[in-house]
Design a protein around this ligand. Structure first.
Ligand code: FAD
Ligand code: MG
Ligand code: MG
Length: 317
């Protein structure tokens, strides 16, 4: 007999807290899920000397590198998102991410001339793909692919697919901000939306979803302070500096967490007005914007229900 008791399993992978929730006590399944995440981390990480992505990066300016199908397909998808007109998403942002080191030891504002020099080796069109042999070639020396803004979404979807295969109907996986849900325990899953820059676990509201992914990207997640200013980890590929607009965070509700990841970055680059306009073209994707002025803007509420819980924020539909 199943009941509504939830079992939670946690791990630290990809430098992030990982949480799995199941409706059965199944330690072995949790271990297999964490093993799956670990295998993808090993293929995709850029924080170690070796991975399939690092093999591509090491061969920049020299030769193409054939990679496994899932890695190739993810890179292809990341390149397509990067080539959208005015896209803030850029899979070739690696040299700038490594220069700033935000969230890692030694982060600091780099000299302007170093930023300018690295902007020359961050063009997504210089990532050359070959569908026939599944190879990737970075045409300029020093180029680096960084999938930090998309890999967690891709992996969250693989975990969902794996749980489906294992006949798990209800569950939740949270990969440090990428939440993917299965099923409808007690009607829906309720996911907290963090209050930006609050020291505690304070929330601005909660989001109720059924069979949806909820992805949040925020300026408050990874940042450092220098010269009286906060420098966060979502970089503007046009300027080489952290994106600076009215937003504290963007949350995307979608079926696939991969879309959530792409769209949080796209929308961050566009801001509220242009972001809402672009979302009108995609009925299957919805957003919650949290601004520095304490406005919460909901693109629409077809796929989720939002319950506010902080009076200092104003809600706009
Ligand atoms: P998002 O907003 O989704 O993405 C921000 C990240 O995307 C940045 O950190 C950068 O990596 C990249 N990025 C920045 N600007 C852009 C842009 N304009 N376009 C595209 N991408 C951009 N953290 C650790 O501390 N230690 C680790 O060992 C570690 N290993 C990891 C291994 C893997 C496979 C992955 C996916 C992540 C790992 N991380 C690790 C976390 C990583 O460094 C990022 O902090 C994390 O992916 C950010 O995800 P997010 O959803 O919070 O932010
Ligand atoms: Mg993300
Ligand atoms: Mg995040």
């Amino acid at each position: 007999m199943s009941d509504n008791r939830v079992w939670s399993y946690s791990a630290t992978l990809m430098g992030s807290p990982i949480l799995l929730k199941l409706f059965a006590n199944n330690e072995a399944l949790a271990a297999r899920v964490f093993g799956l995440i670990k295998r993808y981390e090993d293929l995709l990480t850029v924080n170690r000397a070796h991975s399939q992505v690092m093999d591509i990066n090491h061969a920049a300016g020299q030769h193409p590198v054939a990679v496994s199908r899932p890695v190739y397909e993810l890179i292809k998808c990341a390149k397509a998102a990067s080539m959208v007109q005015d896209s803030a998403f850029n899979l070739a942002i690696g040299p700038l991410v490594k220069l700033w080191r935000i969230g890692f030891k030694g982060d600091r504002v780099p000299p302007a001339d170093e930023i300018t020099a690295r902007l020359r080796i961050t063009h997504p069109q210089d990532v050359v793909l070959n569908d026939t042999d599944g190879s990737v070639f970075l045409t300029q020396p020093g180029m680096e692919i960084d999938l930090g803004a998309i890999a967690k979404g891709f992996i969250a979807d693989r975990v969902r697919d794996y749980l489906h295969q294992q006949d798990v109907r209800d569950g939740l996986i949270n990969l440090g901000g990428n939440v993917q849900t299965l099923g409808t325990p007690q009607g829906s899953w309720s996911i907290g939306l963090k209050k930006p820059f609050s020291s505690s676990d304070a929330l601005v509201g909660s989001i109720d979803v059924v069979n949806k992914s909820v992805v949040t990207s925020g300026t408050y997640e990874r940042y450092f302070e220098q010269d009286g200013k906060r420098w966060h980890h979502i970089l503007d590929p046009r300027s080489g500096y952290p994106l600076d607009n009215e937003l504290d965070s963007v949350t995307i509700i979608s079926r696939d967490s991969l879309d959530g990841d792409i769209w949080t970055t796209l929308i961050f680059g566009l801001g509220v007005e242009k972001g809402c306009a672009l979302l009108k073209q995609r009925e299957d994707i919805e957003a919650i914007f949290v601004t520095k002025n304490r406005d919460i803007i909901l693109s629409s509420q077809r796929q989720f229900r939002f319950t506010p819980c902080d009076d200092s924020y104003r809600i706009t539909d």
